[in-house]
Design a protein around this ligand. Structure first.
Ligand SMILES: [Zn+2]
Length: 553
């Protein structure tokens, strides 16, 4: 009701007679069809279903081509000078997505045509090299050989928290070496990753890297971002203790809470627990119709993700809600993976809450999207949440160390990418070793490229800033939410409607810095995260309980 009134205000009074506005509305209708055909094709390619609304892949590909060509023509006939401010923004957003996200020939982002071995070729474009390295994550990371079995990277990282014997942990850790070497070759200038970075920097010329985009989202400079990341890691270094740990023991040392709760976090419990939790937050996932595809299978996308199948729009005068789809590979249970799936559902409820005209029916900045998804997911590390939804809780210190040593690893990767994109010819093993030994107390191993465990690093260089810097925003949004609504760790029936109203419903209609300023009533600040890190200060927890639940998207 309120939204309809708001939208009415933003449209010019004479919309029906204004030819420019009519042309924009016509383009938007085509745009909505194009976006839907893209979402449906991607979901068909993910193998969730083979046909949709009675049409198969071929038919949808035809729709995609036709709509794309019509939209290109329609947008080219609109002159920006005659438009209202909001129509001009709609046209700009549609042009940007047409250029960046809807290629002439539909291609499945989760299954690029290149193979891992193509990454050795010296003549690849930035997109092809990213595609080839993405395929390394599908081909190698989903096929890690350990003790006569094949495990996925996601399972392997979970197992590193669980396995009691150090020798086995070390063996499993090194079983990921083929992946590291596919990404970083012989650790010299010919390494695929080291060839990729200058291409990424060159391609970003003029528009900025993903790090710059993340900085812009929260309204600070890229230099300031790097300083914040260092400040956060330094607070962690001081709170976390001094004992050095081998990288293959990092996850185990951080995993006590996960181990204590392993008996009450079987994979089959994930969906019912998450449905109950979100219901308590005022978001009924079943009613929202979120589609799940959570079984591990060969060839499946190596990263968990959430995306639109179709986007909400008005049909015959009535709002037809969005349909969203969550893909993940949950071969095993565990607190870290449960947390990841709560995070994916955070993306889902965000996408479902967007309620605007077609041009703006998408999540705003990636950093905001990732940061928001963690707002509900961080609660899985609160003992009160664990007691209510799992029936038992790990000690608070163990849980928070579990959460924050995982968050800090993301912050470390974000700082790694800031530094690498600033100096693309630097030695990544040296940069990673410096960061992880100084701030995370991990023993130096510059001879191995163990940083190469996150697909985002090669698929979308600079993306890790959305997690690392995103944690600043997560803590800030959580603090502001608690001030406005009270506690929401174990649910709060006003949470979803209030959050939708103040933060989520706008999609791309409002730019993120403006949105965040309105929501917080002040600039984004790392203070809330620094306060949370101090909850983990030594003396509060039992000796030797340093932790990481590993959220691996
Ligand atoms: Zn995410």
């Amino acid at each position: 009701m309120m939204l309809a009134a708001l939208l009415a205000l933003k449209l010019p009074a004479c919309a029906a007679e204004d030819p420019a506005s009519t042309r924009v509305a016509a383009a938007e209708a085509i745009y909505a069809d194009l976006a839907d055909s893209y979402g449906i094709l991607s979901t068909i390619d993910s193998d969730l279903f083979a046909t949709y609304q009675g049409k198969d892949r071929r038919a949808w590909e035809g729709v995609y081509r036709e709509k794309r060509s019509k939209l290109t023509t329609a947008l080219s006939q609109i002159s920006a000078s005659s438009l209202s401010r909001i129509d001009a923004r709609a046209v700009e957003v549609m042009n940007r997505h047409l250029r960046d996200d809807f290629p002439e020939q539909f291609s499945d982002q989760n299954a690029p045509p290149e193979h891992c071995h193509d990454a050795q070729r010296q003549d690849l474009s930035v997109e092809s090299l990213e595609g080839a390295l993405h395929s390394c994550f599908t081909e190698l990371a989903n096929n890690i050989e350990f003790e006569g079995k094949r495990v996925t990277r996601v399972s392997a990282l979970g197992m590193l928290e669980e396995i009691g014997e150090e020798a086995r942990r070390k063996k499993l850790f090194y079983a990921m070496e083929p992946l590291w070497n596919a990404v970083d070759g012989k650790h010299d200038a010919a390494s695929p990753y080291r060839r990729l970075l200058p291409l990424v920097v060159a391609a970003a010329e003029g528009q900025g890297t993903r790090v710059d985009a993340g900085a812009k989202t929260i309204g600070v400079s890229s230099q300031e971002v790097e300083r914040w990341l260092e400040q956060i890691l330094d607070a962690w270094r001081q709170a976390e203790g001094r004992e050095m740990v081998e990288p293959w023991n990092y996850f185990y040392r951080s995993g006590e809470a996960s181990r204590l709760l392993s008996g009450v976090t079987p994979k089959d419990s994930f969906v019912p627990v998450i449905q109950r939790y979100y219901r308590d937050l005022g978001a009924d996932l079943q009613e929202l119709g979120v589609l799940y595809d959570l079984e591990a299978r060969p060839g499946k996308a190596p990263l968990a993700y959430t995306d639109f199948v179709t986007r909400g729009r008005i049909v015959d005068g009535k709002w037809r809600p969005s349909v969203v789809h969550i893909s993940g590979s949950y071969a095993t249970g565990g607190l870290g993976l449960l947390n990841e799936l709560v995070h994916e559902n955070g993306h889902a409820v965000y996408e479902m809450a967007i309620h605007v005209r077609p041009a703006f029916m998408d999540v705003t900045a990636a950093l905001f999207d990732e940061a928001f998804a963690d707002v509900p997911s961080w609660n899985t590390y609160e003992p009160s949440w664990q007691r209510k939804y799992l029936g038992q809780a790990a000690p608070e210190a163990a849980s928070l160390r579990d959460l924050f040593s995982s968050v800090m690893l993301d912050v470390a990767w974000a700082l790694f990418e800031c530094r690498m994109l600033r100096s693309p010819s630097a030695d990544p093993n040296g940069v990673w070793t410096d960061i992880t030994s100084r701030y995370l107390h991990i023993v130096r191993h510059p001879e191995i490229s163990w940083w190469a465990m996150r697909g985002q690093l090669v698929e979308m260089p600079g993306y890790m800033v959305n997690y690392g810097l995103g944690s600043v925003l997560t803590a800030d949004i959580r603090q502001r939410t608690r001030e406005a609504l009270g506690a929401f760790e174990t649910g709060n029936p006003r949470w979803y409607s209030w959050t939708s109203e103040h933060l989520l419903r706008f999609g791309e209609e409002v730019d993120t810095p403006t949105l965040l300023r309105q929501f917080l009533g002040r600039p984004v600040s790392p203070q809330a995260l620094l306060d949370q890190i101090r909850r983990v200060a030594p003396g509060r927890g039992a000796p030797g309980t340093r932790h990481s639940g590993f959220k691996i998207e």
